[in-house]
Design a binder for this molecule. Structure first.
Ligand code: AMP
Ligand code: ZN
Length: 459
């Protein structure tokens, strides 16, 4: 099956067509770093990772951004009310986010830009919007003028019932207008930057619009986030870029549904959160990851200990299967995928249908286990099992396969290595280095020998 995604703009599944043959550009809205991320945030971050891995499996090279929102009202409140340093606070929680992402086997992003390190680009961007006549100044607050941009309303029907009502107190002209820059006020303390309109700070929607276009380009393939970001955040991000540049900002907008706790969205502001570090005292990182991947990213999922216990049992079953297959002795080079593998890949290509893919994998395990129990295991089934374990783990990443045969090189790694070879032959060293880094991030080292590249799986 060809890769397809549900695009929130059209509310339909659409075949994925990348802007370039080689590289897919993906932006995911990252954490606001004023306290530790919770398991709900990680539902969204693991969804970004799933998307990344499925794109790699389809032979694409992924260039992605997950930004660090380090300028925000809640951060400013904590800094000014608790006497903690701005950088001390934000970099502490950024570190926790990055460490927990790695614990839960999320591949590193190409870029994790901090909003606070791109202020001058944000000021230039706002100036350009003002010059275009789509932004205005009220007492040092700069607003986007939605009445000057006829395409406003990509994600919702703009009528009087569908208004964002953000920053009403700052004196904006129309209800859906939104702040690009917020003028300094006493409660901001020392957190402020100079601009042509006086001191202040960029607003959130502008942070993401600028980081996306600066690091990935004017047009990107995929923009993603949790469903709460669809309106107004993504509407506003997209309106700014499209009003200024006149092109589509992102071709596909993907949104993950919420993790629910006690029938409400798990959220820092509601105070009903469970941190990853607390959960890790009771469950393995693999159990948390499997729990997050076992429902489809577009369905709501309620948190429950029972579901985590079920995931833990699934991990045990997978590990027993892996041990029974005796991976080390099996050579799978040159063997093609079977129907089971193709069904698994089809499920993932069908808008990242992880529950179905997981079902195919467990059907396969059950079939092979029957053969093992009847003493009728064949060489062919052993080979199919090893291929499936590697394939499954390249996406779900919940098994430690370090004991498996190091000679098997997954297709996505082979594709990245060939692309690197191509870049080297064209003397495009920067691109080649980036590809080496991506391969490294996926757990493989490249050695350049006189006979060409050699791939070695990291221990
Ligand atoms: P924040 O740190 O609040 O800016 O959120 C970071 C990301 O987590 C955003 O993409 C949110 O949409 C997402 N998010 C927040 N709460 C949840 C939740 N309960 N379930 C799934 N995703 C969430
Ligand atoms: Zn964003």
């Amino acid at each position: 099956m060809k890769l397809q995604f549900y695009n929130s703009v059209t509310s339909k599944k659409e075949e994925f067509k990348s802007l370039s043959d080689k590289e897919v550009l993906v932006y995911g809205c990252g954490p606001t770093v004023y306290n530790s991320p919770h398991i709900g945030n990680f539902r969204t971050f693991v969804f970004y990772d799933l998307l990344n891995r499925v794109l790699l499996q389809n032979g694409y090279v992924v260039k992605n951004v997950i930004n660090i929102t380090d300028i925000d009202d809640k951060i400013i409140d904590r800094v000014n009310n608790e006497g903690v340093g701005f950088k001390e606070l934000t970099q502490k929680y950024e570190r926790i986010f990055l460490d927990q992402s790695s614990t839960i086997n999320i591949l590193p992003s190409t870029f994790n830009p901090r909003a606070s390190e791109h202020i001058s680009e944000m000021i230039d961007f706002i100036k350009a919007l003002m010059a275009k006549g789509v932004a205005y100044n009220i007492d040092g607050n700069i607003f986007f003028d939605t009445k000057e941009y006829s395409k406003y309303g990509k994600f919702v029907n703009i009528d009087d019932d569908n208004l964002s009502r953000e920053d009403n107190e700052l004196g904006k002209k129309h209800p859906n207008d939104f702040a690009l820059w917020k003028a300094w006020k006493d409660s901001d303390g020392e957190i402020t930057w100079e601009s042509d309109w006086g001191n202040g700070r960029p607003a959130w929607h502008t942070e993401c619009a600028v980081l996306g276009t600066q690091l990935l380009g004017d047009s990107i393939d995929i923009h993603c986030g949790g469903i709460d970001l669809k309106f107004p955040h993504h509407e506003n991000e997209s309106a700014q870029v499209e009003a200024l540049l006149g092109n589509k900002f992102a071709n596909y907008w993907l949104h993950s549904e919420h993790l629910i706790f006690d029938s409400e969205k798990m959220s820092k502001s509601l105070g009903n959160t469970l941190s990853i570090s607390d959960l890790l005292t009771k469950y393995s990182a693999e159990t948390l990851r499997l729990f997050l991947l076992s429902s489809h990213y577009r369905s709501k999922v309620s948190f429950s200990e029972k579901k985590l216990d079920d995931s833990s049992k699934m991990i045990d079953k997978i590990n027993r299967f892996v041990n029974n297959v005796d991976l080390a002795t099996i050579d799978i080079n040159g063997v093609d995928y079977s129907r089971f593998h193709l069904d698994f890949l089809d499920a993932l290509n069908d808008d990242l249908n992880t529950p179905e893919a997981l079902g195919v994998f467990f059907d396969f395990i059950n079939t092979v286990n029957k053969n093992i129990n009847n003493d009728s295991m064949t060489d062919d089934l052993r080979i199919q099992s090893k291929i499936f374990i590697n394939l499954f783990n390249s996406i779900f990443c919940v098994i430690n396969t370090s004991s498996s045969d190091k000679m098997f090189i997954p297709k996505d790694i082979q594709n990245l290595a060939s692309l690197r070879e191509e870049m080297r032959s064209k003397f495009e060293w920067n691109e080649a280095d980036k590809l080496r880094q991506m391969i490294d991030n996926l757990g493989w080292l490249i050695e350049d020998t006189k006979d060409g590249q050699k791939l070695i799986q990291k221990k």
